[in-house]
Design a protein around this ligand. Structure first.
Ligand code: BGC
Length: 331
């Protein structure tokens, strides 16, 4: 009887132990597929610092960069000023460098302020690339973005092609002291230089905000009611300009050329409230800048200047093609 009891107890023990062993092995066994996922870590840590993080234009650059970060296995940090502010921007670059990130993507907004800092960071061994706006005199490894002087030339040529007779121009520029905005204005001036019929009457800065673009347009029109054309050089300027023209009943008689293809810009173009806009490729700038940074971090050479496409579109060019739609889509 006792032997029978011990026998049964033994069989029970063996069964329970085997079941326990089976499930333990299963639970702790290593499946190579899950390991790469669970333990995979980014190849590099890259920081993208824009002029203004919540600006719709910069959200498109971010989207391109995020897609590239996913494709290349990169940890991407998107950080910077809440409202355009060069001091804040420089502080963000300093912080990224102090955190010893692997690479920094930033605008090179001005030679005076950005070049010394970019050079210092590069000397520390952290590669820096400029995106959208170049600090061409700095030691940045590469620039990825629009040829801003050429874009200004295109805007000036478009105005010449689209208008006749005496044209008095008001310019709303994003900022007076940033490289790309200066180049966009300079290109425009050079394109219209030979033509006596076109004259720039006033220029004001919007601080890249729509509200200030509207305020400055109003101010310009109060002071110079003869103005019959506007050129807006940053993404939200044409929106502010057109709002005021509409309000003052001057939309029909005033020619407007802006920058970029934010969804509202396209609506205004479609509705004939602005005549033309200079297209940039913010999504592609974001994507290509990550791609180029990965190449540099992995010892490969990259071109020092990588211009993305820019051209002027008018109402007749709508609807946009597939690539352009990606560049116009705000998430
Ligand atoms: C420029 C950006 C700028 C943005 C402001 C764009 O046209 O390329 O540098 O931050 O406008 O809305």
């Amino acid at each position: 009887m006792t032997r029978l009891f011990y026998g049964a107890a033994f069989i029970m023990f063996v069964t329970v132990f085997s079941v326990f062993l089976y499930f333990s092995i299963k639970a702790f066994s290593i499946n190579p597929d899950t390991v790469t996922q669970a333990y995979s870590y980014p190849r590099h840590h890259i920081v993208l610092i824009p002029e203004e993080i919540n600006n719709d234009y910069w959200r498109l650059v971010e989207k391109g960069a995020r897609d590239a970060a996913r494709d290349f296995g990169i940890a991407l940090e998107y950080t910077g000023p809440k409202q355009a502010d060069q001091e804040e921007h420089l502080k963000s670059i300093n912080m990224a460098a102090a955190a010893k990130v692997d690479g920094i993507l930033t605008q090179g907004l001005s030679e005076e302020q950005f070049t010394p800092l970019i050079n210092k960071v590069v000397q520390k061994g952290i590669p820096v690339m400029t995106v959208d706006t170049d600090a061409a005199k700095s030691d940045r490894i590469s620039y990825i973005g629009t040829d801003n002087y050429y874009a200004g030339i295109l805007a000036g040529k478009a105005l010449l092609a689209d208008t006749e007779g005496e044209i008095k121009v008001g310019i709303i520029t994003g900022k007076f002291d940033t490289n790309h905005q200066k180049l966009r204005v300079q290109g425009f001036k050079d394109a219209i230089r030979e033509q006596n019929r076109v004259e720039i009457i006033a220029i004001e800065a919007s601080q890249i905000t729509r509200i200030q673009a509207a305020e400055k347009t109003y101010k310009i029109l109060q002071e110079h009611p003869e103005i019959n054309a506007f050129y807006g050089t940053s993404a939200l300027d044409a929106l502010g300009i057109s709002e005021v023209l509409e309000y003052m009943g001057k939309s029909q008689e005033t020619y407007v050329i802006g920058f970029d293809i934010l969804p509202e810009t396209l609506e205004l173009l479609e509705a004939g409230k602005i005549e033309a806009t200079v297209i940039q490729q913010p999504y592609e700038m974001g994507y290509k800048s990550i791609e180029a940074m990965v190449q540099v971090l992995e010892g490969k050479a990259v071109d020092s200047i990588n211009h993305t496409e820019t051209r002027v579109i008018r109402q007749g060019d709508l609807p946009l093609n597939r690539n352009e739609m990606i560049e116009a889509e705000v998430q």
